[in-house]
Design a protein. Structure first.
Lengths: 458, 450
C-alpha cells in the first residue's frame, strides 16, 4: 500500500483530538494481518450501524448503539494503538469501498453516521477543538455578548420549535456565508453579517463538511485504485480488499460449541420450532421428495453440521431419505462421498463451514432447486403461505413483507424469529445457525421456567 | 427646425421646436442626445471598477474589461457578452450603439468577448467571479393585492408597496447581513432594483445568494393556494418580528387598508376571509358585514372598522388557537411583505438593467432612490427623457459638458449617487485593497524566513 505522507503535521503540543478527520493516509507501517483484522473490526461497526438505521432506530438509540459497537470492536490492548487502529481501518475500508458507486454511497452514509454519533459523544471542549481543526471560523460567543443577544437567540430557538435553551447551551458565532442552509431557513439569528449557531446546529454543519470531504476523497481513492494500486498489489492487498466487502463477520459455526443433543428422531420437531425458513423449507422438501439437488444438499447439509449433527448421523439421515427415491446402494455410490467431503473427510479435507445469510441470499436457485433465501427467492404468495405455516400471524406478516419489499431479507427473517418466539432479536439474524442456536436458547429458557412454574404450582 | 445650443451638429427632431415642449416619450434621436450629453459614463466606470482604475500596485487593470454588458438595440437586436476596457471605450461604445437598454452582468474570469477560447471545465474556465448581490421587485407581482392599478401601471396608492419593500429589505441587508454599500434604483416604470456592492457581496456564491433570497422569502404565491403566507412556530424569527412591528403593521393599518379599500366589497373581504381556516370565525364576520352594507358608521373608514372586528375575532378569548391568532400577521404579511424575484438574486450570471438608463416604455430615467427617504419618492414625477432635453435646451449657451447634467433634474440624482453611494464605496474599496495588499506582503515576508 502506498504510504502517503500526511500533508499537515498535527500540532505537537496540543491535545490530539479524539476524533480523527481522516484527511490524509497515516505515515505508518501496518502489518498485513492487522490490515485485514482492523478493517474487519471497523466493518462490524459499520454494518451494525447499517442494521440499526434500517431498523429505524431513533437518534438516542443510535448514539448508544454506536458507542457500544465502537467500544466492543475498536479496542486495542495498547492505548496508543487505538487511534492508529481507527485511522488505519478507515483507510483500508476506503480502498474496499471506493470501487463502485453503490459501495461508495454505502460507505459514505455509514462513516458519516459513525462520525455524527461519535462527535455528539465528545466533550464540549473536544468538539470545539475539532471545529478548529476543520478550519471553520467558528468562535464561541463570549458571555457578555451572549447576554446582549440572548433574547433574540431565544426567539429564534422557539421559532424553529426547539426547546428553550438552558444557560449553558453554547452558541457559536460564524460569518453567515458559512451556514447558507441555516440562513435560508431562518434558523439562526443574524446580526451584522454574523450568524449565531446553536451547538446542535453545529453538529449538522460539521457532519456536512465531513461528508463532503470524504465524498471527494473516495473518488480520488477510486482513481488511484484503478490506475495504480489494484495492479501493483494484485498478489498482496488486492485479494484482501476484494474479499472484505462481502465477508461475513460472525461466528462460522464450523465447530459447534454446544453439542446439540438432537437426535435424528427429534428433527421434525426441531425443524418446526427452531429452523429458519430457508432450512425448514429444504427439510420439508427433502421429507416430501426424498431428494434434494446439489445446492440444497450443500446448504442444508452444512447447516445440520453446524447444528451438531455428526458425520455418522448425517449419513444415516440422508440415506434414510434418499434411499426411498434412489435406493440405498445408489446413495452409497453417489451421495455419501459428498457428505463425507463436507465434513472434511475426503479430498483436500477442507472442513466446509455452514453458509451465512449473505452467501445464501446471493445464491441463484434454478429450476428444481429449493435452496437460497425464501425471503428473496420466493414469490410473495408463496412466502406468505410459508410464513403462515410457520405460525406468523397477520400483522407480523405485513411487517415481514414490508422488509422484503425493501430488500432487507435478513431483517425479514429476524422479524419472523421475533414473531414466532415472542421476543426481540436485537442483533439481527446473520446466519441460519445463529437463528437455530438463539431459538434453542429461547426455548430452553421457556421450558425451564415453565417447568419451574409447574413444580411451584404443585 | 431645432438647433442644439452648443453649436455642434444640427439635429432635427420630429420637426418640433424644443422650446414649445418636446412631446413625451422615447425615440432614438432623443436617446442619442441623452447618451451624448447626459449619461454619466465616468460615474458608472468608477463604480464598476471598485477602485481598480487607480494607481495602486494592487489594482487589477483587467478587472473592468472582464465585466459583461449587454445592449438591446433598436429592433430588439440583443447583444450579449459585450465588454469594454476603460471609460473611454465605454463612452464610445454606448454613443455608437445607442442602446435602448443597457444591462450589467457579472465580472468573469476572463474577458467575455474572448470566452470561446476557454473551456467549460478544467483549469482554464470561463465563469463569473464577482457579481453584486441584486434584487428586483416589480409591482406587477402584487396585482392580487392592489385594486387601483394592474400590470404595468402604477400610481401613488400602490407605489407605497415598493417603499415598504425597500424599507424591509434595506434594513435587513444592513442590520442582519452587515452590508453597507447598497444602491436602490427606480426601474423606470413599476419597480425597484437593489445593488449590494460590498466586496463580500460581490464574492458570494450562487448557493449563498439563494440562501439570502430564501431568508427574505415569505410569500409563496400562486393562484392555487388560498393562503400564500404561512408563518408557523410559537414565535416568529426576529427578522419577521422587526419587519412587522417597524414597517408592515403600521403601513397596512394606516395606509393600505384605506387606499385599497380592502374590506369595502364582499369580493374583496372574501379574499381575506379565505385566509382564515376557522369557519365559525369567518361565517360570523361574513354575517356581520353582509348585513351592514350601508352602515351608519359613516365617519370611520369601513375598512378600518372591519379590520378591527376581524382582529378581535381572531385574537380575543383564550380559546383561540395560536394558529388562529397568527392569521392576523399572515394577512398583513401577504398584503405588504416584499415579493422579490428569486431567480434574479440566485445566480451570478443574471443581468440587470444599468442605473441611469431610460425606460423605453415610459421615457423615465432609472434614478437612484434614497432608502432613508424612500417614502418621499414619487415615480410619477421622475424626470423623463424629453423633460431632460428641454431642460438642457433652456440651460444657456456654451456651457461646458461636465456641468451640463447638473443643469437638469438629473443633477440631483447624480449628486446623491456620488455622495451617498459612490464616494463611501470607493473609499472602502481603497481601504480593502490596501489592507489585502499589505497582508500579502506580510505573508510573503514570513514565508521567506521559513
Amino acid at each position: 500500500m502506498e504510504i502517503v505522507r500526511p500533508q499537515w503535521k498535527p500540532p505537537s503540543n496540543d491535545v490530539v483530538p479524539t476524533l480523527p478527520l481522516y484527511r490524509s493516509a497515516p505515515a505508518l507501517e501496518v502489518r498485513l494481518e492487522d490490515f485485514e483484522l482492523y478493517a474487519m473490526d471497523r466493518l462490524r461497526v459499520l454494518k451494525g450501524i447499517s442494521d440499526g438505521l434500517s431498523r429505524g432506530k431513533k437518534p438516542e438509540e443510535m448514539e448508544k448503539l454506536v458507542n457500544d459497537l465502537w467500544k466492543i470492536n475498536m479496542r486495542h490492548p495498547q492505548a496508543l494503538e487505538v487511534l492508529n487502529k481507527d485511522v488505519i481501518s478507515h483507510f483500508v475500508l476506503r480502498l474496499v469501498y471506493c470501487r463502485t458507486e453503490d459501495l461508495r454511497k454505502w460507505f459514505l452514509s455509514m462513516e458519516t453516521a459513525l462520525f455524527r454519533n461519535r462527535f455528539r459523544l465528545l466533550t464540549a471542549d473536544a468538539q470545539r477543538a475539532l471545529l478548529a481543526e476543520f478550519g471553520l471560523p467558528y468562535r464561541v460567543v463570549a458571555r457578555a455578548e451572549f447576554e446582549g443577544v440572548k433574547e433574540k437567540l431565544v426567539q429564534v430557538t422557539r421559532s424553529i420549535g426547539q426547546p428553550i435553551l438552558s444557560s449553558d447551551v453554547i452558541f457559536y458565532k460564524v460569518p453567515f456565508e458559512e451556514v447558507p442552509e441555516l440562513v435560508a431557513g431562518r434558523r439562526v439569528f443574524i446580526c451584522k453579517g454574523h450568524a449565531y449557531v446553536a451547538m446542535n446546529q453545529v453538529v449538522s454543519l460539521v457532519v456536512t463538511q465531513f461528508r463532503s470531504l470524504l465524498s471527494k476523497a473516495l473518488i480520488l481513492t477510486n482513481r488511484k485504485w484503478t490506475s495504480m494500486i489494484r495492479e501493483q498489489e494484485k498478489d498482496r492487498l488486492t485479494p484482501i480488499v476484494e474479499a472484505l466487502c462481502s465477508s461475513y463477520l460472525g461466528p462460522d459455526y464450523s465447530q459447534p460449541k454446544e453439542f446439540a443433543e438432537i437426535s435424528i428422531k427429534d428433527f421434525d420437531l426441531v425443524a418446526k420450532s427452531s429452523f429458519p425458513l430457508c432450512m425448514r423449507h429444504l427439510f420439508e422438501k427433502l421429507r416430501e421428495d426424498h431428494h434434494l439437488k446439489h445446492g440444497g444438499r450443500m446448504q442444508l447439509g452444512l447447516f445440520l453440521k453446524g447444528v451438531g449433527l455428526k458425520l455418522d448421523d448425517a449419513l444415516a439421515f440422508w440415506k434414510a431419505e434418499f434411499s426411498q427415491k434412489v435406493g440405498g446402494e445408489r446413495f452409497d455410490k453417489e451421495y455419501a462421498y459428498s457428505i463425507r467431503h463436507n465434513y472434511g473427510r475426503e479430498g483436500k479435507r477442507t472442513d466446509y463451514t455452514p453458509y451465512s445469510c449473505q452467501k445464501i441470499i446471493s445464491s441463484t436457485p434454478g429450476v428444481g432447486d429449493h435452496h437460497g433465501c425464501p425471503y428473496r427467492h420466493f414469490s410473495e404468495e408463496n412466502l406468505r403461505a410459508a410464513l403462515c405455516r410457520m405460525g406468523v400471524n397477520g400483522g407480523a406478516v405485513e411487517d415481514v413483507m414490508d422488509k422484503v419489499r425493501n430488500r432487507h431479507y435478513q431483517l425479514a427473517c429476524t422479524l419472523t424469529f421475533e414473531a414466532i418466539h415472542g421476543l426481540s432479536c436485537d442483533a439481527g439474524i446473520n446466519h441460519p445457525n445463529q437463528y437455530f442456536s438463539d431459538s434453542q436458547k429461547t426455548l430452553k429458557v421457556k421450558n425451564h421456567s415453565s417447568e419451574q412454574g409447574e413444580s411451584i404450582g404443585d | 427646425m431645432m438647433e442644439v445650443d452648443n453649436g455642434r451638429d444640427d439635429m432635427s427632431i420630429d420637426g418640433q421646436s424644443l422650446g414649445n415642449g418636446v412631446p413625451g416619450g422615447f425615440n432614438a434621436s432623443y436617446l442619442k442626445l441623452y447618451y451624448g450629453k447626459l449619461f454619466p459614463y465616468a460615474d458608472i466606470f468608477k463604480w464598476l471598477s471598485y477602485g481598480n482604475d487607480g494607481k495602486h500596485p494592487a489594482c487589477d487593470k483587467s478587472y473592468f474589461g472582464r465585466r459583461e454588458f449587454s445592449f438591446t438595440l433598436d429592433n430588439d437586436i440583443y447583444l450579449r457578452f459585450q465588454s469594454v476596457n476603460n471609460e473611454f471605450e465605454l463612452e464610445n461604445t454606448i454613443k455608437e450603439k445607442c442602446p435602448f437598454k443597457i444591462d450589467i452582468g457579472p465580472v468573469y474570469s476572463v474577458d467575455p468577448a474572448k470566452r470561446h477560447a476557454y473551456s467549460q471545465s478544467g483549469d482554464n474556465v470561463f465563469t463569473p467571479v464577482e457579481r453584486e448581490l441584486i434584487f428586483d421587485i416589480d409591482i406587477s407581482d402584487y396585482d392580487n393585492v392592489r385594486y387601483c392599478c394592474s400590470g404595468a401601471d402604477v400610481c401613488l396608492d400602490c407605489w407605497p408597496l415598493m417603499t415598504v419593500a425597500i424599507k424591509v429589505i434595506d434594513a435587513s441587508l444592513r442590520d442582519d447581513f452587515g452590508f453597507n454599500h447598497i444602491l436602490w434604483v427606480f426601474s423606470g416604470r413599476r419597480g425597484v432594483h437593489c445593488w449590494v456592492c460590498d466586496g463580500k457581496a460581490r464574492r458570494l456564491t450562487n448557493e449563498q445568494r439563494a440562501a439570502i433570497a430564501d431568508y427574505f422569502r415569505v410569500y409563496k404565491g400562486n393562484e392555487n393556494s388560498n393562503k400564500r403566507v404561512s408563518l408557523t412556530g410559537p414565535v416568529l424569527h426576529p427578522f419577521l418580528v422587526r419587519s412587522y412591528t417597524e414597517v408592515l403593521k403600521d403601513f397596512f393599518e394606516t395606509k393600505l387598508l384605506s387606499s385599497q379599500n380592502l374590506f369595502s366589497t364582499e369580493e374583496r373581504y372574501g379574499k381575506i376571509l379565505e385566509m382564515i381556516p376557522d369557519e365559525s370565525v369567518t361565517s360570523e364576520l361574513q354575517g356581520k358585514w353582509q348585513n351592514n352594507k350601508r352602515s351608519s358608521i359613516s365617519k370611520e373608514d369601513i375598512n378600518l372598522v372591519r379590520w378591527e372586528q376581524l382582529k378581535h375575532s381572531l385574537q380575543s378569548g383564550q380559546k383561540k388557537a395560536q394558529g388562529l391568532r397568527r392569521c392576523v400577521e399572515e394577512i398583513v404579511f401577504s398584503f405588504t411583505y416584499p415579493r422579490i424575484d428569486m431567480e434574479v438574486s440566485k445566480h451570478m450570471n443574471h443581468l440587470l438593467k444599468a442605473p441611469f438608463c431610460i425606460h423605453p416604455k415610459t421615457g423615465r430615467v432609472c434614478v437612484p432612490i434614497d432608502p432613508k427617504h424612500c417614502e418621499e419618492f414619487d415615480p410619477t414625477v421622475v424626470p423623463t427623457l424629453s423633460q431632460l432635453l428641454e431642460e438642457l435646451n433652456m440651460g444657456g449657451v456654451g456651457a461646458d459638458d461636465d456641468k451640463e447634467c447638473d443643469r437638469t433634474s438629473l443633477g440631483k440624482s447624480l449628486s446623491f449617487f456620488r455622495s451617498s453611494f459612490l464616494r463611501p464605496l470607493l473609499k472602502s474599496c481603497k481601504e480593502e485593497m490596501e489592507s489585502l495588499h499589505n497582508a500579502k506582503l506580510q505573508q510573503s515576508k514570513n514565508s521567506l524566513s521559513w
